[in-house]
Design a protein around this ligand. Sequence first.
Ligand SMILES: Cc1cc2nc3c(=O)[nH]c(=O)nc-3n(C[C@H](O)[C@H](O)[C@H](O)COP(=O)(O)OP(=O)(O)OC[C@H]3O[C@@H](n4cnc5c(N)ncnc54)[C@H](O)[C@@H]3O)c2cc1C
Length: 528
Amino acid sequence: MTDTATNDRFDVIVVGSGGGLIGAYAAARRGLRTLVIEKTEFVGGTTAYSGAGIWLPGNPAEVRAGLEGGPEAARPYLDAIIGDDAPVALREAYLATGPAVVEELEADPAFGQFEWRGVPDYFWDAPGALRSGRTIFPTDLARSELGDLEPLVRRPLWTERWGVERGDVMTGGQALIGRALLAFMGTGNGTVRTETAFDRLIVENHRVVGVEAITNGERVELLADRGVLLAAGGFERNRELRQQHQSPITDEWTSGSPANTGDALLAGIEAGADTALLDEAWFAPGVIAPDGLPVFYTMVWSGIWVNADGKRFMNERLPYDRDGHELLRAHRESGVSNLPTHWVFDQRQVDNDAFRMLPVDPPVPDWFDVEAWIDAGVLIRADTLEELAEAIGVPADALGATVDEFNDFARTGVDEDFHRGETPWDRVVAHMMGKHTDGPNMCLGIIGEAPFYAVQVVVTDLGTKGGLVTDDHARVLRPDGSTIAGLYASGNTMAPALGRIYPGAGGPIGSAMVFSYLAALDMASAAE
Ligand SMILES: Cc1cc2nc3c(=O)[nH]c(=O)nc-3n(C[C@H](O)[C@H](O)[C@H](O)COP(=O)(O)OP(=O)(O)OC[C@H]3O[C@@H](n4cnc5c(N)ncnc54)[C@H](O)[C@@H]3O)c2cc1C
C-alpha cells in the first residue's frame, strides 16, 4: 500500500485514521515524518461513515456565510451546557483553535473551502445558542480525484451494510477522509500503513517512544521521536467495556466503525493514564432494521414512543443525542423498561416514507419496504390498536388511552406532557419531513389511520466518548495531573472536551480535528 518508508523510525505516529488524519496532516505539513497506522484495510473509521458536519464556532466558512461574533460568541453556550463535566481549559482550546484548523485546511487545495449549512444548535434555550446553527461541511469529491488512493477510503455505511453501489462522488465523511488523505500524502512526509493493528506502547525512561503493532501476523516495532497520537476511536465495539461502563447498552447497538474495540484506551490506561466519562457516548436513537441491527435515526415525523406500560415518556423529537440520553435516563430511572422502545404510528407515517431520514441520506433503493420489514419480524402491523398492543406486549387499554390523549394534543396543538413542537429543532424536522395540519402544531399528527404499526427503537451511538484524560495540548495525563511524555490522545480515544453534551451537528468531528491538530502543534514545537 502507500508505505514508502524505508525504515521504521518516524517523528510522529498516529494510531487510527479517522479524525486523527487531520493531526497527521498538520504534523506532516510542518515537516515531521508522520506514520498513520490503521487496523483495518480501510482509512477513515467512523469519520468516513459520518455526515461530516463540523461544529467549530467562528471558522472562516461561517464568516463567509455572514455569521458574526467569532468563537467567543459560543463561549456562554458551551459554559452553560458543559458545566463542570469537562475542564474549562479544554473548551477554551477548542474555541481558540477551531477557526485556525479550518483556515489551515482551506489553504490546501486538497481540502478546498468548507460550506456552512444551517443546522440549529441542539440546546436552543441556552445562552449563546444559534438557532441558525454553526455547522460546516466539506464539499463533495469525485472518486477519480483520489487516483491510486481511492481504494483505501472506507466505503460508505450503506455500501458496507447494504451492499449499495458507492457511486462516483464521495459525500460527507467519505469526502472529508478522501480530502484529508490526499492532503496528507501531498505533504510528501506522510505514510499510511493499513492492516497494522496497534497493540502496545513502547515506553523508555518514562517516555513513550513508539508502538508495537501487528501486521501480517507479525509483531513490529515502530519508533516515534516526537510522540504517539492515539486516535483509534472509542470502545464501542468492546463488549466487556460496554458492560462494565454502559450497561444495558451493548456493542451490537453501535453505529461506530467495526474495529473500534478500545485498544488505544486500554494501552493508555496500562501506561498510567487517567480516564474520564467512560459511561458516555454520542448517543442517538436507532431503529431496528431487517438485519436485526439499529440504524441511527434522527427524525420522528409522526407517531409516539411508548414504554413497556404502553405510555409515552419523552418528546420523541429531541435532537438525536438528547434523545439517546433521555431514552437511557428514562430506562434507568423510571422503573419501567423502554429499551426497546415501541414506536407506534399509523399508515400516514408509512405513506410518508417512514424511515427515510437517515442522517447520511443513503441512496438505498427500496430502503423501507413494508412487506420485507414485516417478513423480517421487525415491523409489526395490526388492524386495530388493541391488536397492535397485544402483538408488542403492552397493555391495550394503556396504549389506547395514550393514543387518545396524544390525539387530543394534536387537535389542540399543545403536547401538555412533553411539549413536542415547541422548539426550533422540532420544527426543523417538520420543515424537512412535512408539516402536520390536524391542529395548530405542525409537529403533532393524529394517530388514527389504520393499519397501525410498531417498530423497536434502542439507544445506538456514533462512538463512545469517554477516554484518556488530556490537557489542552492533547497530552495524556496521569491521575496526579502529570503528563505522560510523548503520548497524546484525540477524538473518541480522549476524554471529551465537550463533556456529556453534543452542542450541535459536528461536535464529535470538530473535537477530533481540534485535538489531533493541537497534538501535532505540540509535537512540532518540541522540535524547535
Ligand atoms: C452515520 C453516522 C453519521 C455521523 N455524522 C456525524 C457528523 O455529521 N458530524 C460529527 O461530528 N460526527 C458524526 N458522527 C460521529 C463521528 O463520525 C465519530 O464520533 C467520529 O468521527 C469518531 O472519530 P475518531 O477519529 O475518534 O474515530 P474513527 O473515525 O472511528 O477512527 C478511528 C480509527 O482507528 C482505527 N483503529 C481502532 N483500533 C486500532 C488499532 N488497534 N490500531 C490501529 N488502528 C485502530 C479504526 O479502525 C478507525 O479507522 C457520525 C457517526 C455515524 C455513525
